[in-house]
Design a protein around this ligand. Structure first.
Ligand code: 9YT
Length: 132
């Protein structure tokens, strides 16, 4: 059994901040934990807009606090997000994530992140295809 608490993650390598300051990701489970996915408690900071395209990952996101919206760039659809909203990027959708009020999101990635990934210029996390 693995038991971890947020206070044990804060200030360690498992707390990853976006270089542009838009989000802070507290990574509870990573590839090394060998559970087949990674699980993060992520804050999307108020007033930010982030372009994201998870080219290699599937991501499920469940909002437990705050509010904002996600825009599917291809369709132009905008979905409001608040406590109790789940979205799942099952088609690697390019999107904008906007936070009106800081959003706390529980994020699950498959394949799992390995550690300290941040978005590259194209908005995705690199992957080492030999590893996964
Ligand atoms: C919801 C989302 O994709 N936010 C960006 C950060 C990412 N989820 C992470 O690494 O925790």
């Amino acid at each position: 059994m693995i038991v971890r608490r947020l206070k044990e993650i804060l200030g360690t390598k498992r707390e990853v901040k976006a270089p542009n300051g838009n989000w802070t990701s507290r990574r509870f489970l990573l590839k090394d934990d060998q559970v087949g996915f990674s699980l993060h408690d992520t804050l999307i900071h108020a007033g930010t807009e982030t372009y994201i395209w998870y080219k290699y990952h599937l991501e499920a996101v469940y909002c437990v606090a705050g509010n904002g919206e996600i825009e599917d760039i291809e369709t132009g659809e905008i979905h409001p997000i608040s406590d109790g909203t789940l979205y799942f990027l099952n088609k690697h959708e390019k999107h904008y994530l906007r936070a009106t009020e800081t959003m706390r999101m529980i994020c699950v990635f498959n394949p799992p992140l390995t550690g300290e990934e941040v978005h590259n210029k194209e908005g995705f996390y690199e992957i080492n295809s030999e590893e996964s």
